[in-house]
Design a binder for this molecule. Sequence first.
Ligand code: GCV
Length: 869
Amino acid sequence: MGATVSSSDENEQSRLRRRSFLIGSGAAVATSMFGALPAQASPPNAFPDDYDGSDLWLRYEPVADPGLLARYRAALGAIVVENAGHTLVHRHTANLSMAPGSTEHLVQSTLEAARDELVRGLGGLLGRPVPVRDGFPDRTVVVGTPDSSPLVRRLVPARDLAPLGDDGYLIRSLSRGGHRSIVVAGNTDLAALYGTFAFLRRLQAQQSIAGLDISSVPKINHRYLNYWETERLYAGNNPAGTGGLNGENGAIFDFTATGASAALNLPVILDRYLVAARAMASLGINGITINNVNANSFYLTPAAIEQEAALADALRPYGVRLAVSINYAAPTDARFAPDTLTREELDPYSAKFRDWWTRRARQLQAAIPDFMGFTVKANSEGQPGPQDLGYDHGDGANGMAAAVAPLGMRIFWRTFVYNADVDTDRLKRAYLEFGPIDDEPQPDGTIGRFAENVFLQTKNGPLDYQAREPANPLFGRMEHTNQAIELQVTQEYTGQNTMLCYLGPLWEEVLKSDTHATDAHGKLLAKRLVGNVVDGTAQGHPDTAIVGVANLGNADNLTGHHFAQANLYAFGRLAWDWTLDARGIAEDWVRLTWSNRDAVVRTIVAMMMGSREALVSYQTPLGVAHQFRSSDHYGPNPAERLARDDWSPVYYNKADSAGLGYDRSPTGSGFTAQYFPVLAARYADIETVPENLLMWFHHVPWDRRMRNGRIFWDELVYRYQTGVHYVSWLRQAWDSLERHVDARRFAEVKAKLAAHEADAGSWRDTCVRYWQEFNGRAIPTNGPLAITIVVGGRPIGGFDAGAPSYTVPVAAGTSPKITKVVPADPAAKCEILGQARGVPGRAVVRITANSFFGPILKDYVFDLVAAAR
Ligand code: GCV
């Protein structure tokens, strides 16, 4: 496992570190250049040491800077939310109640939610209660809409609110006749709530609230979570696994918990539901499909609908609407007897089929008037679908859509299909199935068969949520169809609940990637990034959606890994405005979640920003996809060959004595042709394909010269090593924060990072060894952290940077002292953490440098032994 040492060695190491010294070229570089915090004293952290992370980013710690606190206090003397209780949201469940002992509370209007968040938020941040007042006292924050609030009507011209639509808000400082106020307004109560959270966020991040004139409108209409309650659930409260405890299954919402938790099932509302609701509203997430796409029809039964209605009641003030995933063959499920259909009656054009779904949707709507509709995974991975009866996805989606259209509902039909009969290359299949339906002329003269209330829900890449994929070629291709992008927030392939992997950069990369889409005449569209396709500006779609497969669970911190909270946060911020940059989002999150100290913020942001590229490097560098063991999609198994070809790592790596990678160029599977011409040409040619997608599109000869001059094999090995070295740096950077982070969370992250480093090392070693079986090559030894040491006047080098330790023979009568360290990278910093006092003895040399994605570190552990005579 890389350069880690056992715990007794760790003690020795830390003792040695205290008297470490710098030598070698570039030795005088300060540690902070690599992002870790220098050890000088600073005030202890404000969070209590037992804080468990359960507030997510809605933590309202008192502002520590006295000047800022005084300014906030001076500006914010009262809260005015007129008529907060006037527009009550629907409530179905008469006896809706919180579980005994809850600390959260139910509200019944969106403006009450806004008011209570301000009371909580300002009270915490300002360290004293801020009263809710009537009238219009000086130094007031006013929240509302022109309908709810005469004050808002008076203070905000209607023309300023008009462009904000239903969800947009404005935040404005006003000063009239010596009377100062801040107004947070929107056209709807929900918009006012969104503005309230945005305002609080400014204070949490300790930004100025003077002279505010902010307005913000989301770029995408439907900003949804999909929640898989039974799969890829890495946030369960059982630390030994991913499940739950005490009869719970680890999911955030309890429907069927047993044993000690049986009394906590819905309709009982738990604190964590409301924390999640507030968190979703704070980002503008406005819907959630509550069950796995491999759907259990239980969620359509009358008893479950009553439970869903209670959940919907609790979430409604926060603007979060419900949907469920369905199984296409649910009408055949005996649980609905006598209202069942036969398999043959699942014909999407039949009245029987459609009426069955209309009946089900009506039942849902009776209990949940704002129920959104159904999410459907059909004819995918064993799920039933219209193809079982000889129909295609357009027929199936439209049949369901017709059933629910009269009720104002939508169908989210997933394009994650890969029927092996369509093409031997799995990546080509969805496009071949869905594309032609978009081209079909319709009787009314329009083009494209998918109904208006259908959204195709398409994963960002053509494979399956890999840490790097090219954009799915369906973006831009489905010109006449509503299309939602689906991003995976839960970290199935990106380290699950063990690895720190911030996904903001991944999503930013895909949303900002250029489709090079053209119009019907072959002319490049003016706006054609994936984000433009999703937000409708590329091809003029008025209805738009983005979906994140969520990572919530019943762990204390709701996401399992404290840093996984950042991924939910980033998804929500990008769902609102996909043009934001991942670094800025990370900085906000760190300020809200960990600390406002600039140096701490810089270190944690640096840790996050390189983490995804590091994971790509130690798992699947240079475009080699899906090398995960099939049992859990966490660890590596490049040798695995399954009965299903397209689930097998060997199918993706195509390793042989000539090279590595899947040829999808015109001489291979021809997948490249599914992209618009500019990209098709770029990907088809091994000379022009981006190197980070090299093996995605080409079978690469081991000796091929890379753009940096190295041969492919060497570069490949160094990528694996560099990824692990980043994780080693993460550990050191985190350790440097010990004094600045509350104890419980510090320890929990520290433990995760230790496992992370070990598992990253296992990825490197397993993959590199497997590739060696094909090419018979040695591990190259001149990578980014290569060094030569001088012992007894003798230079010694050629170390495999992936090895955990090195045996160095010392000639009799010679000192075992390392007298010089020469790094291959002149900018690297070398530090001797410990010398051997004799032979046998141990020395440790630390090398730190910068890779193309962030700092990297290796502790070389040398066992100095007597040379054989
Ligand atoms: C819910 C991948 C995952 C499955 C998931 C599927 C999907 O294959 O491993 O857990 O199924 O994607 O998105 O439908």
